[in-house]
Design a protein around this ligand. Structure first.
Ligand code: PGA
Length: 253
């Protein structure tokens, strides 16, 4: 049985006091729901402080990106060993990284290796853009992203895969749960091809793209969707809490 995972991607939002307040609000409202694992991914500069607020609490913390080199002259970059001091998770290959910062599948592969090498759990993001979907290429694109990103990476790792169709991110145009499930089923079968059935059956698959409290249950009721990666709606403690509560209603026991 795969535990439901709801992850918050704050992106480049909040100032320090807002980040602290959002965390405190979540901590005070969260029902210690053993059925749902909650992760928040604040901006880099707040990770240390927010991780202190989360000490001994059930909410976990992750970063939104990482650089693959261990250390050295890489001005402005953050390594996995730096993150491993305060984080458990790291988002890798988000479509905004791919679109604005040149993250290719090859770079994503290096980032995954580095994160795994430091015992971080990567949340590997994949997803097609609108043109690719309209051309009927969604599976082809997502399949290539998985194959190239996971190239030569051992199967014995903690890995979360998030399917985030680019056209659904921040647009309010969420994919229908049927469209999401079709690709998630494909992702699981692709993971079985790359690794094996047991590995694929135990991987946590998240849907991301305009998730709200109103639609999260539709996704989580699908057999191949185990959680959600939430952007906009995670910046409001009440909205994010509502998503977690709804997820708890359909989480496997
Ligand atoms: P959204 O973002 O929920 O605002 O669509 C999701 C994401 O980019 O992870």
């Amino acid at each position: 049985m795969i535990k439901t995972l709801i992850a918050a991607n704050w992106k480049m939002n909040t100032n320090f006091s807002e980040a602290q307040q959002l965390t405190r609000d979540l901590l005070s409202s969260i029902n210690d729901d053993a059925l749902v694992e909650t992760v928040i991914c604040p901006p880099f500069v707040y990770l240390q402080e927010i991780s202190k607020l989360l000490e001994g609490q059930s909410i976990k913390i992750g970063a939104q990106n990482v650089y693959f080199e261990e250390k050295g002259a890489y001005t402005g970059e953050i390594s996995s060993s730096m993150l491993s001091d305060c984080c458990e998770y790291v988002i890798i290959g988000h479509s905004e990284r791919r679109q604005f910062f040149g993250d290719t599948n090859e770079i994503v592969n290096k980032k995954l290796r580095s994160a795994i090498g430091h015992s971080l759990t990567p949340i590997l993001c994949v997803g097609e853009n609108l043109e690719e979907r309209e051309n009927g290429d969604a599976e082809h694109v997502v399949g290539a992203q998985l194959e190239e990103s996971l190239n030569n990476i051992e199967k014995t790792v903690n890995l979360v895969v998030a399917y985030e169709p680019v056209w659904a991110i921040g647009t309010g145009k969420a994919a229908t749960s049927d469209i999401a499930e079709d690709i998630m089923r494909f992702i699981r079968s692709k993971l079985a091809d790359i690794y094996d059935n047991t590995f694929a059956d135990n991987i946590t698959l998240l849907y991301g793209g305009s998730v709200t409290a109103d639609n999260v249950k539709d996704y989580l009721s699908q057999p191949n969707i185990n959680g959600a990666l939430v952007g906009g709606a995670s910046l409001d403690a009440q909205k994010f809490q509502d998503i977690i509560d709804k997820a708890g209603e359909v989480a496997p026991l």
